[in-house]
Design a protein around this ligand. Structure first.
Ligand code: FEO
Length: 399
C-alpha cells in the first residue's frame, strides 16, 4: 500500500478497501471504504493512532515497515470496533513495549473483544495529554460516536483532530484530502445517516466542545481528510440541527399493486401541493439511500400491505431500521391495504416508538383502493402541508 505524509512527522499508514461492499452485515458500501490509521513521530516518542481491519493487517504491517518504524511507545485506540482495532493484537505483539492508550470503557472492550490484557493499557481521561517530545496528544472523550468508549485525539501543536468515526465517509479513494466538499458530500451524508444519526444530540455536545480546539485538519478513520475542516463542520451542523425540509419520504412495498397505487396517488397529491417527495420501493432500494433521505425530511410514510397478520417483512425491517437510526422526522404515517384483517398499523406504530414524531391518522383500506381511499390520501396530503407550514413558521419565529 502506501505511506502518505499529512504534515512533517505525521503520516497516514492505513488501508483502502476498494472491494468491500457490506459493513456490519447490514450497511451497503457502494464506494468501498478505508481504514485510516496514523503515525505520529515526536522528537522523543512515537505513537500509532488506531490500526486497521484485520483483513488488511498485512498492508498495515507493510506500511509500518515502509515507514521505518522499529519501536513504538504508544498505540492510541480511539475506538474498539474491529475495523480500527482488529489489528491491535498483532501491533501489540509487534511492539511489546508500547502502551495501549484507551478510555476506561475501551480497556474493557479491547479485553473482551480482542483479548488485550488490561495491564498493557494506559487509561486516559477527558483532556489528559501525552507528550511525544515536541508533540502533544490530547484525548477528548466522545462517547457514542460511535460506541460508548469512543474518544478523539487532538494533536495540539499541529492542530490535527483524529476524529475516529466522526466525520468519516465510506469511500475508497486515493485522495488523501478532500479538495471540494461537493465531491464527498453525498458519501459523508450517507455515512452520517447510517452511523452517526442516532447520536445527533451527542454530536451536538461534542461539536460545542471542539470549538475550544483550533482544528486545522480533521483526520477521520474512514474516507479522506479535511483541510480546512470548516465545510464538514458546517455540513454536520446542518444535519444535526432541528431544521427539516418540506419533504416526505415514502418507503413502501406492494405485493399485488394496491399499496403501490396508493403510494403513487399520494405522491402525486403531495407534489401538486408543492411538497418534495422521495419514493423508495423496498423491494429494490438501498437502505443507505433511504437513511440519507431521512436526514432532513419532515415526514416519513410507510406503505405496506398486510401479510398474514402484520406488515410485510420488508416494511417491518425498514421501520425497525428507521427506529434505530432515529431521524429528526417530525411526522410519520402508515398507508396500505389488507385482505382480511391483521394489526399492521399498530405494529408499525409500536416499531417507531423511538422516533420523536407525531403519528398522523393512517389510510389503511380493505382491498383495492377505491375513490374514497384516494380522497383520504389527498386529505392526508393536506394535513401534511398544514403541518409542514406550522413547523416552518415556528422555526422562523424561533430563529
Ligand atoms: Fe469505523 Fe465504529 O467503526
Amino acid at each position: 500500500m502506501a505511506v502518505r505524509e499529512i504534515l512533517p512527522d505525521i503520516y497516514w499508514i492505513g488501508a483502502i478497501d476498494w472491494d468491500r461492499r457490506l459493513f456490519d452485515a447490514l450497511i451497503p458500501l457502494p464506494e468501498g471504504t478505508s481504514y485510516n490509521a496514523y503515525l505520529v513521530k515526536g522528537s522523543e516518542k512515537t505513537a500509532l493512532i488506531d490500526t486497521v481491519d484485520p483483513s488488511k493487517e498485512f498492508e498495515y504491517v507493510c506500511n509500518l515497515v515502509k515507514a521505518g518504524i522499529e519501536s513504538v511507545d504508544y498505540i492510541i485506540v480511539n475506538h474498539a470496533e474491529q475495523d480500527h482495532s482488529g489489528s491491535l493484537p498483532m501491533a501489540a505483539e509487534l511492539f511489546p513495549r508500547a502502551q495501549i492508550v484507551v478510555s476506561e470503557k475501551c480497556r474493557d472492550l479491547v479485553q473482551s473483544l480482542l483479548e488485550i490484557p488490561p495491564e498493557r493499557c494506559l487509561v486516559v481521561k477527558d483532556r489528559d495529554t501525552i507528550s511525544l517530545g515536541n508533540k502533544t496528544l490530547e484525548f477528548i472523550m466522545a462517547p457514542w460516536v460511535h460506541w460508548p468508549e469512543t474518544m478523539l485525539t487532538y494533536l495540539q501543536e499541529d492542530h490535527v483532530l483524529f476524529s475516529c468515526d466522526l466525520f468519516g465517509s465510506h469511500r475508497a479513494t486515493s485522495d488523501l484530502f478532500v479538495d471540494d466538499i461537493r465531491e464527498i458530500y453525498h458519501s459523508a451524508k450517507r455515512y452520517y445517516a447510517e452511523i452517526m444519526m442516532p447520536f445527533r444530540s451527542n454530536i451536538r455536545d461534542h461539536l460545542a466542545i471542539l470549538t475550544s480546539c483550533d482544528i486545522r485538519i480533521i483526520a477521520p478513520s474512514h474516507g479522506p481528510l479535511y483541510q480546512p475542516p470548516d465545510p464538514i463542520l458546517a455540513a454536520y451542523r446542518d444535519w444535526i440541527s432541528d431544521e427539516v425540509k418540506n419533504e416526505v419520504v415514502i418507503i413502501y412495498v406492494s405485493m399485488h399493486g394496491s399499496t403501490e397505487k396508493m403510494v403513487n396517488h399520494f405522491a402525486g397529491a403531495l407534489m401538486e401541493r408543492n411538497v418534495s417527495v422521495r419514493i423508495f420501493n423496498l423491494a429494490v432500494s438501498d437502505i443507505g439511500e433511504i437513511a440519507m433521505s431521512l436526514v432532513d425530511a419532515a415526514t416519513i410514510v410507510i406503505g405496506t400491505p398486510t401479510m398474514l397478520f402484520g406488515p410485510h417483512p420488508l416494511a417491518a425491517n425498514a421501520a425497525y431500521i428507521t427506529n434505530l437510526i432515529r431521524p429528526k422526522t417530525k411526522f410519520a404515517a402508515v398507508i396500505g391495504s389488507y385482505g382480511w384483517g391483521g394489526n399492521t398499523v399498530e405494529t408499525l406504530k409500536g416499531m417507531l416508538s423511538r422516533l420523536n414524531a407525531e403519528m398522523l391518522d393512517p389510510v389503511y383500506v380493505k382491498g383495492i383502493p377505491d375513490q374514497a381511499c384516494l380522497r383520504e390520501l389527498e386529505t392526508m396530503a393536506d394535513t401534511i402541508v398544514r403541518k409542514h407550514r406550522e413547523i416552518a413558521v415556528s422555526s422562523q419565529q424561533a430563529g
